[in-house]
Design a protein around this ligand. Structure first.
Ligand code: HEC
Ligand code: HEC
Length: 225
């Protein structure tokens, strides 16, 4: 009984805080999406990101640091907002997306618009190739409806482009999603990942890492050698 009362009191105290955090994240995202980007400022802000993501936004082949170049602006902004508001967890990014370095919604927009224009020089890290065609098959059945035929995502719906991403980073995101370590995945997305076995995950990550990030819906999907 006492315990229940304590639970209720705690809930009464915590719920408004949670609701506030949720609205402030939504407001910050909406504000950043409305703002007009300043590319020069974006370039300046990006200097502190280049150490890990590379000057061209290519990330690292081992997949520790994702490729962010060319990602849709809205998707980039949303990820930064999510790291700031405890909706995506990573010790590095919670610091680098923090208000000390990116002071306001305008900074989020500036740096994201700059990253969107970057073009990586080197190809991404890829898997062994054996399961890539199995991955293509699973992709067509379970993922294409949202991420698009060529995995280029959807700007309006804030669905990320996942073509040409590093293999190891994709593997990690899928496992993190399935195991509840990435709260910004929707419940539907988490359930979907939960249905995949190891073969599917290896295949999907390998297949996606081999897709050309720049190729737009031509009907055929190019697999890099
Ligand atoms: C110390 C290394 C480091 C620095 C510096 C860094 N990042 Fe990151 N970044 C990472 C890592 C690691 C991840 C993947 C974390 C995860 O798994 O969630 C990441 C993820 C991201 C993502 C999400 C990518 C995706 O595909 O969803 C964005 C966007 C991003 N970083 C932008 C930035 C920006 C902008 C800056 C500079 C203000 C920056 N990063 C600085 C290491 C870094
Ligand atoms: C119902 C629509 C939908 C379906 C189906 C879907 N996704 Fe997603 N996916 C999304 C959205 C929306 C996001 C962005 C979530 C967020 O805001 O972080 C996302 C994010 C991702 C990310 C993270 C990208 C990054 O840069 O960190 C990966 C990886 C991914 N999806 C893979 C898949 C795979 C593999 C499948 C099929 C098994 C799939 N998705 C099916 C909508 C979908």
């Amino acid at each position: 009984m006492r315990r229940n009362q304590l639970g209720l009191i705690l809930a009464a105290l915590l719920l408004p805080a949670l609701a506030w955090a949720f609205t402030s994240a939504k407001q910050e995202l909406a504000q950043a999406l409305r703002n007009v980007p300043d590319m020069k400022r974006g370039a300046q802000l990006y200097r502190q990101c280049a150490a890990c993501h590379g000057p061209d936004g290519a990330g690292t082949k081992d997949g520790n640091n994702p490729r962010i170049a060319g990602q849709h602006v809205a998707v980039l902004v949303k990820q930064l907002v999510d790291y700031r508001h405890n909706r995506r967890w990573d010790i590095h990014m919670e610091h680098y997306a923090g208000k000390d370095l990116l002071a306001d919604a305008q900074s989020l927009k500036d740096v994201s618009a700059y990253i969107h224009r970057l073009e990586p020089a080197a190809p991404p890290g890829r898997g062994g190739g054996e399961l890539a065609s199995h991955g293509a098959n699973v992709y067509g059945r379970l993922c294409e409806s949202c991420h698009g035929e060529s995995a280029l995502g959807n700007r309006q719906k804030m669905v990320p482009r996942i073509a040409g991403q590093h293999y190891d980073y994709l593997m990690r995101q899928i496992y993190d999603g399935a195991d509840g370590r990435r709260p910004n995945f929707s419940p539907v997305h988490i359930r979907l990942f939960g249905r995949l076995d190891r073969r599917d995950i290896v295949g999907l990550s390998d297949y996606l890492s081999r897709l050309e990030p720049g190729q737009h819906g031509t009907g055929t999907v190019a697999l890099a050698q």
